[in-house]
Structures are given as C-alpha cells and as structure tokens.
Design a protein around this ligand. Structure first.
Ligand code: GDG
Length: 918
C-alpha cells in the first residue's frame, strides 16, 4: 500500500512539473540515445581520471569540454529542452547536497567560529573585489562608460560571482579522496555558508541592478521582490524539506525517485514563482539534515544511488558550455581575475583565522578548498546573462572562463591541501593497528568437521570491525575460538572478515592458567569491581598481577612485530591492556598509541584499594592519548595522577607530563553504529522477525518492557526486578497486561561473583513470576539467556514500549543508545539509570536511581502512562544526540586527536621548544 502511495505521489508530482514546464516537448528516442552515449563516455573519462587520483567530476567536465564543440550540431530542440530540465534538476540536487552536508549539531560550538571565519573572509574579499570591479569595469568592453548606481550594481554582481565557490566540487573531492579531518570539515561548512550568504546577497543586488537599469521596478518593488525571492525561497525550501523528511520517515519507499521529483519541483516551481531555486534547495537540505539526521542520511544514500547519472549529464553540459575557445578571448583577463580572487580570499582568511581557534596546519590550507567554482556560480552567471543581455552576456563569458580555469586547477590543489593537512593520512591511506583482548572473529569447529567463523557480538567489536574494513591494517587479540589455530598461517595471522578479507587478524596464544589469572583474576576480579562502585570486593592477588604484566608484555611484543611503520596509529582497547604502552615504548619509543578506557575510572579513595595503582597510572600515561567515556572519569583520573604520582598537569591543554613525556587525557563518549541499526530498523521485513519474537516470548499483553544485558552485577538487574515487583504491587491492574522481556547473556561465568548474580537473577525471576502472573496467563518476566543476533535485538527494541537500563555503575551503556537508534518511529520510552555514563547525554530519558525502588517503580508507571506527544518529543531529542555522535565519530575523534599530537610537536620542534603551546 505504501509503495503504491509513493508511486502515485511521484507520478502526480511529475505531471505537475511537466504542466509547469509546458514548453518542453516530449523526448524523442534520439534524445535517450544521445544521453546514453554521453553517460557512457563521461563515465569512462571519469574512471580514467580516478586512476590518477583526480575526482570523477573532473572527468565528466573534461568529456564535456572535449565533445562540446561537436555537441552543438547534434543537439535538437527537444534535446535542448530535456537538457535544460536535467540541468535545472542537477543544480538543485547540488544545492540540496550542500544543505544536507551541514549539520549544526554535529559542528556544535565550532559552528559559531566557522560562521565568523566565513563572514570575515567574505567581507574582506568582497570589500577588495568591489572597488577592483568598479575600476576595472572598462576592461569588460560592453558599456565601458556606465557610471553611478548602474556601475555599482554591475560591479557588485560580478564581484559576487567571482568570489563564489563550489560545494559540489568540495564535497566530491573530499568524498573521492576518502578525506576525513579538520580541513575537509571546515572547508565544506565554509563553502556552504559562503554560498548561502552569496545567494542572498546576489538576490538583493539583482533587485538593485534591475532598479538601476530600470527594468520596470520601483524602489518599493525592489524590496518586495527581494523579500519574495529570498523569503519565499527559504519558506518554500523549508516546506518541501519538511514534507520530504516526513515522506522518508513515514513512507520510506522509492526514496531515490522521490528525491529527483523533489528536485524537479524545487527547480521548476522556484523558477516559475520567482523564488531563488538554489536557495530553496539549500534550505530544503538544511531542514532535512537538521530536523532529522536519520532522514538526511537516508537521502544522502539516495543521492549516491540515484543522482550520479543526472550529475554526469550536468557536468558534461557544463563542460560543453565552457567552450575552451572563450578562454582565448578573455583568457588573460580570466587569469588575472583568478589570481586577484585567490589573493583577496587569502587576505580575508588571514584576518578571519586570527583567534578563530582553527589550528595552524588546517588554517594554512583552507584556501585550497575555496578555489573550485561550478554549478552555483554558473547558475548565477546565466541569470545575469538572461536579465541583462548586453553586459550580462559578456560577464557570463568571463565567469565561464573563470570556472573553466578553476575547474581544472581547484580539485588538484584541494587534494594537495587535504594531503598536507593530514586529512588523507588520517583515514583510508593509513592502516590502523587495533589491539584488544577479545577478537573480532572466532573460528570454531561446527561438529561436522567443518569450521565456522563467528563475528563477535557487541557494539564496539562490530564498529571497530567496520573501521578496519575501511582502513585496513592489523588487529591483535587473544585467540579464543577452539578452531582459531587451525586457520592461521605461520605468523599466527588470518585474513578477515571471512566473506571479504580486508585486514589481518593476528592471534596471540596464552596458556590457560596465565590467561585465567590475567583475565578472570586481575582484570575482572580486580580492576572491574575496583572501577565500578558496587558492593563487590576487588580481589588483588600477586600471581594475577604477574600474569597481567606478562600478558601485557606479550601484547607489546606482538605489536612491535606487526608494526611496519612507527607512524601507524595504535588503538588499544580497555582495562585489560593498561601496561602495553610502557612495554612497547621500550622497543619502539616513537610509537603512536591511544588507549580508550571503556569503564569508569574510580575516585582516588577507591583507587587506593589497588596495591599496584601507581604502576597502572604510569602505564596508562605512557600512551600519547588516553580517552575516557565522560568528563567525571577524566577528572577522577587526573586527581589520581596528581595524588599518586605528583605528575605535572596542564588542565587547560588536558595534558599530563610524567617521566619525561607528555600524554593528552580527554573524554570522548562512545556511540553506536546509528546508520546500521537504523537500516535494520527500517527494513520492512523486520516486522516478521518482531512477530516471531512476539510468539517466542508469548507477548500477549499490551505493555512490553525490555532489558538487554550481559549478566553482570553492575547492570542492576535485581534492582530492576524489585522495581517491577513494586510496580505490580502498586498497580495490580497491570498484571496480565504487562510483560517484561529480559535478555541476559552469561559472561565471565568462571568467576564466583558472576555465578552468584546469575543464580540470584534466576531465583528472583521465578519468585516474581510466581507472585504476579495471573492464573492461566503468560509469566510476567520472560527471561532468556541465549544470545541474539543484532537483527533480532533491533526487532526487540522496536517491540518494546519501554527499555530499562538500571546500571549501578556503567562507563556508558550501549543498549540505551541502541534502543534510541532503533526507534525511528520516535516512540518508546527509555528508563535510564543516572549512574550510567549514557545519562550524561540522554537527559530526555526517564532518569532513575536504581537504589530507590519506589522512585524506580514510579518511573516505570510514568513510562507506561506517558502520552504519545511526550514520548515523541523525548525520543526525538535523544535520537538527535545518538545520531550526532556515532561510533565512527568516536573512533575518528580519538584517532584524529592522536594524529594532531604527533603533527603539532613536529612543527614546534623546529623552534626547539618543548614547552611551546600546541
Ligand atoms: C563496556 C562498558 C560501555 C547484549 N546482548 C546481546 C548483545 N549485546 C550487546 C548489546 C551492546 C553490548 O552487548 C552491551 O553493551 P554495554 O554498553 O552494556 O557493554 P559492556 O559489555 O558492559 O561494555 C560499557 C561499553 O564497554 C562500550 O564502551 O558502554 O559501559 O561496561 O552492544 O547490543 N548483542 C547481540 N546479542 C545479544 O544477545 N548481538
């Protein structure tokens, strides 16, 4: 039904667009054939250029430039009409992409400083170009004697066109180079903001020009038309954006088709109703991306799938219109303008960058991203040519020549800038070395003599695996599968993922007694309870400590062997590996290491329980970068460092100097793979899985609660059961209506405290079911200890009205964020413990204290009674947070943090000062 509705909507919209644009004749077979050949030829040229590390778009342009002189004879009237529509749609797609690329929330506080930098750069560049255009006006030949307001308006329009940039090219170069980092992020935001401002200014000056040239406008009309053109465009764009976001959310079918129809609407309605169509499209993109990141992501995927053919045709058309011949006539002038342009932009940047907070390396290369000009500039030039056929056509020739020049030079220079600023090194170009206790894939015998590769479950392992698939490199971990040895080569490595190998898994074999003392003993009976404020006594045994040191040393030796270049970033995971860095440094003093501590860090009084705390602190400080989940952990760590080691702490720079070296200590909250969970959630076939699970868990009542945990005493499961008990006692009418699904996957079962909690939970579930289950009804608590795959987990998240996370203490808690990511229906209530790190970010959950049973039960009742509007508002706010900080952002923040430590001192070492600020 939804599919039919989507198609009907698309067809209606197409009919409307065609009605609006009645001048276009129906296409002929020849048009289709010519377009097909153009696509093929352009695609091939793009591919050839790609091999030389140049963006494909350059190839399309080049193809257009080369075939342009011959196309004129081939293009028929009907083809020209089709091309015009395609070009209109394509420029709108480009503007929409620009809008979709700017997420205010993701930029956070940087947004204000980027806006300031852009405004300063533009103001200075325009301030310099305007008088130059005025003075240089006679060079343009047409109407050299014009003075006064007319000359001012013309000069301003030209200056605006000259200074404009190309969001598409910027985005294309960034995407194709696989760049990620400060420069690409900064440039993209700047280019979009600059073009937004220019579009508004252009519209204003255009009205002035119309008045000055007396094209039938009074002064009042100037203001009214400007308000209509800009205000109307913004309002129309916002409306279309909001409608489309709703469409993607509630219909979600044929998104690519609907996208193209939407761009058709924006471009055609904009033109016929005198809106500024490009501004409308940028606004639509901004609204979609900033109202709902998930819809923005879905749209970006649709653009990737559906828009390339349109963009190819567009860029070929641009190439064809560039007419290299014009370069011969205005070539010298264009060259001079290009030089002046870049000089004034650099001047503006030099002023704007002062005090902007942008680091010096990034700042030095921002100009490289501001060279390209394309779609939007071309659009402006053709408006001027149409409105003012005399001088406008001449100005268009100059601008087109300028674009031709910049299209050739821009992408190459920007790529160079990205490389110099380290945006290329920090991603795919440089492999990564991940080190963790647990491996991402386990090989096990399947009972029929065959071997099965099983991926690790859990958000972090899956996300790091995705990162490794993208970057390549090596992952070192303890080999725990019973068939692990059978699949490795002579160097104990195996290529993974098994279906499409992209990186190396290096396994480490640790004998059982040592492993048990290191893992169960020191890590999980000592450090785990030490770091969590719970009622379990940490056990510190000397033999466990010895095993912990020995295993950490083994990891360090393995890293040293695998590390081809000292520049390869090493990303160590968690509390099992606190002593790896110092052991590695003895072998590789210049290794680059970052460690993420996934669990809380205890306050100094509790840390003092550990006899080897100083060794641990010193070990962690041997990393270049040390990251914690939340600020409180970072603070506790710094307090301990101060108290125990007397190390030198620069609080502002987040740096600790100890033992002749310095480490940066930061907090970077971990996220989930939002897009992946969202994609699973959006799959219509998931409904069948939900139905299957509903049958399996006998979910007959109308209120379903859910808890998903590793069976761990820190997760507050008994407290959760107490609260449910209190709820059903207080509200007996809920019996028979309320079912709670508790997934509890056993872990660390060799440890007594874990055994005890497993038994306790089993006992309490039985008692609670006995007390509250109605005769003949299904049990209140559906308790299952079998692990589920991610798909089933997402299905459960969507089945539940309430998800409960009641940790007594938790570094973050990914279940809370996964639940939110799965709820693109913006429904469901999260009941979240204030003692979990996630509560620092998800303040729109119902926050509880698991030790307060009555309060907890009250929150469950509130969750059950909450009305749809409040549920939606809370979930929407939480989704914004979870989407804005996904697990890839987490990893790249840490890895980029590591990179910047290593690029900064290099620069300062030239000055020979260790203490220079970074
Ligand atoms: C530490 C910190 C921090 C659970 N059951 C199944 C399953 N899971 C997955 C969940 C989630 C993960 O396990 C558990 O997340 P937690 O955040 O509770 O993780 P911990 O193991 O306690 O880990 C914690 C985390 O590190 C990350 O930094 O958040 O605070 O203690 O991803 O989905 N996954 C599948 N089937 C199950 O049955 N596939």
């Amino acid at each position: 039904m939804r599919r039919v509705a989507a198609l009907a909507l698309a067809v209606l919209a197409v009919i409307w667009v065609r009605a609006l644009n009645a001048t276009v004749d129906s296409g002929s077979a020849g048009t289709a054939l010519a377009l097909g050949f153009t696509l093929l030829g352009a695609w091939l040229t793009g591919d050839v250029l790609r091999r030389f590390n140049l963006p494909r778009l350059c190839g399309y342009l080049l193809f257009g430039v080369l075939t342009g002189p011959y196309l004129g004879n081939v293009i028929s009237a009907s083809m020209a009409g089709q091309l015009q529509v395609i070009t209109g749609i394509a420029t709108t797609v480009i503007a929409l992409i620009a809008g979709l690329s700017l997420n205010f929330e993701r930029l956070g506080q940087r947004f204000a400083s980027i806006t300031r930098l852009t405004a300063t750069t533009l103001a200075i560049a325009m301030g310099a170009l305007l008088p130059l255009a005025w003075v240089g006006w006679p060079l343009l030949a047409a109407m050299p004697d014009v003075t006064g307001l007319q000359r001012l308006a013309m000069a301003a329009l030209i200056a605006l066109m000259v200074v404009s940039c190309s969001p598409t090219m910027t985005a294309a170069v960034t995407a194709e180079a696989g760049a990620r980092g400060r420069l690409s992020e900064l440039v993209l935001a700047m280019v979009i903001l600059a073009d937004l401002a220019l579009l508004v200014l252009f519209s204003l000056v255009l009205q002035l020009a119309r008045a000055a040239f007396n094209t039938g406008l009074s002064d009042v009309n100037v203001v009214a038309r400007f308000a209509w053109e800009v205000g109307g465009a913004v309002a129309f764009g916002a409306l279309v954006g909001a409608l489309f976001a709703l469409y993607v959310r509630y219909v979600g079918r044929e998104v690519t088709l609907a996208l193209i129809v939407m761009c058709g609407l924006l471009s055609q309605v904009g033109t016929t109703q005198q809106f500024e169509p490009l501004l409308a499209a940028v606004t639509a993109g901004l609204v979609i991306e900033n109202l709902s990141v998930a819809q923005g992501e879905a749209l970006k995927a649709a653009v990737q799938r559906g828009a390339p053919p349109i963009l190819v045709i567009f860029f070929v058309a641009v190439g064809a219109s560039l007419q290299v011949g014009t370069l011969a006539t205005v070539g010298l002038l264009a060259l001079a303008v290009a030089v002046v342009r870049i000089v004034v932009i650099r001047l503006g940047l030099a002023v704007g960058l002062r005090g902007s907070g942008v680091d010096a390396v990034t700042g030095a290369y921002v100009w490289t991203g501001l060279i390209s000009q394309a779609g939007i500039t071309l659009g402006l030039a053709s408006i001027v040519a149409v409105e003012f056929p005399g001088w406008g056509t001449q100005a268009q020739t100059l601008i087109v020549a300028l674009i031709a020049l910049h299209e050739i030079v821009g992408p190459v220079v920007f790529r160079y800038g990205l490389a110099r600023a380290g945006d290329l090194d920090s991603t795919a170009a440089r492999p990564l070395l991940v080190v963790s206790n647990r491996e991402p894939y386990l090989h096990t015998w399947n009972g029929r003599g065959g071997i099965t590769a099983r991926p690790a479950t859990g958000g972090v392992a899956v996300a790091l695996d995705a990162l490794m698939r993208e970057r390549g490199g090596t992952w070192i971990a303890h080999g725990a599968g019973d068939a692990d040895r059978a699949v490795v080569d002579a160097h104990d490595t195996v290529l993974v993922p098994p279906d499409s190998p992209t990186y190396k898994l290096r396994r480490l074999w640790i004998d059982e007694p040592t492993f048990s003392a290191y893992y169960s003993g020191f890590a999980n009976e000592g450090l785990w309870p030490l770091c969590h404020v719970v009622d379990v006594r940490p056990q510190f045994r000397a033999e466990d400590w010895l095993a912990y040191q020995a295993v950490n040393l083994r990891f360090a030796v393995a890293i040293n062997r695998e590390l081809a270049s000292s520049k390869t970033p090493i990303f160590l995971q968690d509390y099992h590996l606190a002593l790896v860095a110092p052991a590695l440094r003895q072998r590789r003093p210049d290794a680059h290491t970052a460690l993420f501590w996934h669990i809380p860090w205890p306050y100094p009084d509790r840390l003092r329980i550990c006899p080897w705390r100083r060794e641990l602190l010193a070990g962690l400080l041997a990393n270049d970068l040390l990251a914690f989940q939340v600020e409180r952990d970072r603070r506790n760590f710094l307090l301990a460092v101060d108290e125990e080691l007397g190390a030198d702490i620069e609080n502002e720079a987040s740096r600790v100097r100890f033992n002749g070296r310095s480490s940066t200590v930061v907090s970077v909250p971990i996220g989930v793979d939002f897009d992946r969970i969202q994609a699973i959630a959006a799959d219509p076939a998931l409904v069948e899985e939900q139905q299957r699970l509903a049958r399996r868990f006998c979910l007959m009542g109308d209120v379903i609660g859910l808890g998903v945990d590793r069976l761990d005493y820190t997760k507050g499961i008994p407290e959760r059961l107490d609260a449910i008990d209190a709820l059903l006692t207080r509200r007996p009418e809920l019996r028979g209506r309320f079912t709670f699904v508790q997934i509890g996957v056993p872990s660390r079962s060799a440890i007594a405290s874990y055994n005890a909690i497993e038994e306790e939970i089993g006992r309490r579930v039985a008692a609670l079911n006995a007390r509250h289950t109605v005769p003949g009804g299904a049990p209140v608590i559906r308790y299952d200890t079998a692990p589920l795959d991610l798909r089933s987990l997402v299905a459960l998240y969507r089945l539940a009205q309430i998800c409960v996370v009641s940790s007594l203490h938790d570094g973050m808690n990914l279940v809370a964020k996964e639940f939110v990511a799965a709820r693109d229906d913006e429904d469901g209530v999260l009941v979240l413990s204030e003692l979990a790190g996630a509560a620092h970010e998800l303040s729109d959950a119902l926050i509880i204290n698991p030790y307060n049973v009555e309060g907890f039960a009250g929150a469950l009742a509130a969750a059950i009674d909450m009305n749809r509007d409040e549920r939606r508002a809370r979930m929407r706010a939480m989704r914004r947070v979870v989407a804005g900080r996904n697990v890839f952002g987490w990893a790249s923040d840490i890895l980029e943090g590591l990179e910047s430590i290593w690029t900064a001192p290099l620069r300062y070492s030239v000055r020979g000062s260790e203490d220079a600020p970074v």
